[in-house]
Design a protein around this ligand. Structure first.
Ligand SMILES: Nc1ncnc2c1ncn2[C@@H]1O[C@H](COP(=O)(O)OP(=O)(O)OP(=O)(O)O)[C@@H](O)[C@H]1O
Ligand SMILES: [Mg+2]
Length: 220
């Protein structure tokens, strides 16, 4: 099998920005010169829809996960043929998310600024912890990315601090910014849709954080 660095984007809560993070991180990695495949493992096919206008600079493949075809699904990921394979998962912790967690070299967990999001983040971390305790499994690096952050609100100001208490690396925030919504509508990454924007700079900061060595000592 080919070797590819696998990044799983997971979070139990829906609508937190998993697909937005997956597409824009992929775009930034491509801009930096890496080859990237984005695997859309969500039956909703949001990433696949994003790619539909064929304007993204990397391939997006929809691989439906079926328990009868797990080996084929895993093989498709390992043989993507690119340096990096990003898996965008559904908003639950079902079989597809669990398998993606088990395969991942790195996990990105987007988290919005509300107590509901933070509770879901804790549940997601518990699941990652449980899966990484299996014999032969290793704990992947986890990067928590605060998303949809409005710095004008108290919740927005406190989110990074609250997430830091979870004992994993907390990356730079992605602010609430309509450029992310509009980029999706145009089938582009924010880098291509709004070059020079704050949104683009935030995505660059998140990726540069991902590419630097881990800071936090996992608490688990
Ligand atoms: N930083 C942001 N600022 C503003 N809107 C955002 C931001 N991130 C995501 N959104 C918007 O929020 C909605 C949900 O985002 P997204 O689809 O990325 O979440 P998701 O976690 O993948 O959802 P699902 O669990 O349904 O797959 C979309 O309309 C998206 O455009
Ligand atoms: Mg999604």
């Amino acid at each position: 099998m080919g070797s590819t660095f696998i990044i799983a984007v997971v979070q139990r809560k829906g609508g937190v920005g998993k697909t937005t993070v997956a597409v824009n991180v992929a775009g930034e990695l491509v801009r930096l010169g890496h080859s990237v495949t984005l695997i859309d493992a969500d039956p909703q096919k949001s990433a696949f829809a994003w790619a539909n206008p064929r304007r993204l600079r990397f391939p997006v493949r929809h691989h439906a996960y079926s328990s009868a075809r797990i080996t084929a699904w895993i093989k498709a990921i390992y043989t993507s043929g690119t340096d990096v394979t990003i898996i965008d998962t559904p908003g639950d912790l079902g079989s597809v998310s669990r398998t993606a967690i088990e395969l991942a070299d790195m996990i990105i967990m987007p988290c919005g600024p509300s107590s509901l999001d933070i509770n879901s983040a804790k549940q997601t971390l518990d699941k990652i912890d449980e899966l990484s305790r299996w014999p032969g499994a290793a704990m992947p690096r986890i990067v928590i990315v605060p998303t949809r952050v409005d710095a004008q609100t108290l919740e927005g100001q406190l989110i990074a601090q609250e997430l830091a208490e979870l004992g994993h690396d907390v990356g730079p925030v992605l602010s609430y910014d309509t450029n992310f919504v509009r980029a999706f509508a145009e089938g582009l990454t924010v880098t291509d849709f709004a070059p020079g924007s704050a949104a683009e700079h935030e995505v660059r900061d998140v990726v540069s954080f991902m590419l630097t060595p881990a800071q936090a000592q996992p608490a688990m």
